[in-house]
Each structure stands twice: as C-alpha cells, then as structure tokens.
Design a binder for this molecule. Sequence first.
Ligand SMILES: [Zn+2]
Length: 124
Amino acid sequence: MATCQKCGGYLDPTARFCNVCGSPAVPGSTSRKSKTVSVLLAVFLFYWTWVYTYKRDGWKFWLAFVLSGLPILIATVFLVFYVSDVAWLPDQLLIGLSYGLPMAFWLLAIIDTLRKNQQWYDNY
Ligand SMILES: [Zn+2]
C-alpha cells in the first residue's frame, strides 16, 4: 500500500493527490528503500550496500568490485613473473593497494549512503 510522502496517510493507487493533506502523490513510492539499512550495510558489508540500491548504484558496486580485486590480480601476475630478478613492483605498494583500495571503498560507501537524503531513498 502506498503512503503519502508528507503526512504518511494511505494513498489510493490511482490517486494523484493525497486526500488527507492534499500534497501530490509521488509515483513509485512503494519501492522505497531504507536509509538506515543502507548505512548499516555499508558499515558491515562495505561496498555491497550498493547491491541493495542496485537500480541506481549498480555502477558504483561494479567499480568498487573491480578495483578492490585489482591488487590481487596484480599480485598474482607479479608472483608469476617474480622468478625474474627484475623486481619492478615494490611489495609495499601491492600490500598498500590491497588494503588501501577496499578501505577507501568502505569509507566511500559509508559516506555515500549517509550523504543521500531520505527523499532519495523514498523515490528509489
Ligand atoms: Zn498526505
């Protein structure tokens, strides 16, 4: 059942205005998302919070997914070719990236979910 964005009263699915307070009925308010859930997901599951709001944040999820996995890929390639004595890539850089990138996306996910106002989630 759809509810009014302003007063919380129940809306008739065909109504264009709330018959309690008279404010316009916002379409798609039935698929609203919770900001609290998004923030908690960001805190505990890092960038996986963007799967919850995938319709709008899908690209952020894939960006974080690919970039977080990149250092592991580089490290694997590096280990394979480590047999040569040309150690062109310092270990510290790889270690830094493999911790730093996921940490950066963790912070970004938390900031991103906090930054979006309730209206964003209501109109999801
Ligand atoms: Zn209303």
